[in-house]
Design a protein around this ligand. Sequence first.
Ligand code: FES
Length: 161
Amino acid sequence: MFSPELLVRAHEIIAQYPDPHSAILPLAHLAQDHDGWLTNEAMAEIAELVGTSPADVQGVCSFYTMYQRRPCGRLVVSVCTNVTCLVVGGPEVLAHLEARYAGDDDVLVEEVECLAACGNAPAMQVNYEYHEHLTPEMAAAVVDDYKSGQLRARGVSGGTP
Ligand code: FES
């Protein structure tokens, strides 16, 4: 459920749009950053805030892969294995991170399509922050720095922590 502070922010977001329905995506980011994932309860509350049905909000949010529909830990590590990254080591980065963080509830490693950082491949994002020119070992060092707090993680939607 949205806290009183979150509700204030939600109403500020809704006020930015001529049609409240247009606020569904930023409200979903707000909820996800707060809860760590996008819960059914949050989508129901968003529906009520913008005057639509929970099914409508779920339909919109399920289209986008950046919304996590299950608990995903504090860090979402998105590794590109699309064409450019494929030929310069993206799959090796992915395999290394998947093995290293298997069973780590704090880290979700996911394979993603092109991150539009092809010129600096292989690329990954941690909570939507870019890291490029990676080797498997460098990628693991980056994730470890987030885990230890040496790098400051933003919300899982890439928002302010
Ligand atoms: S192919 Fe990996 S960032 Fe474009």
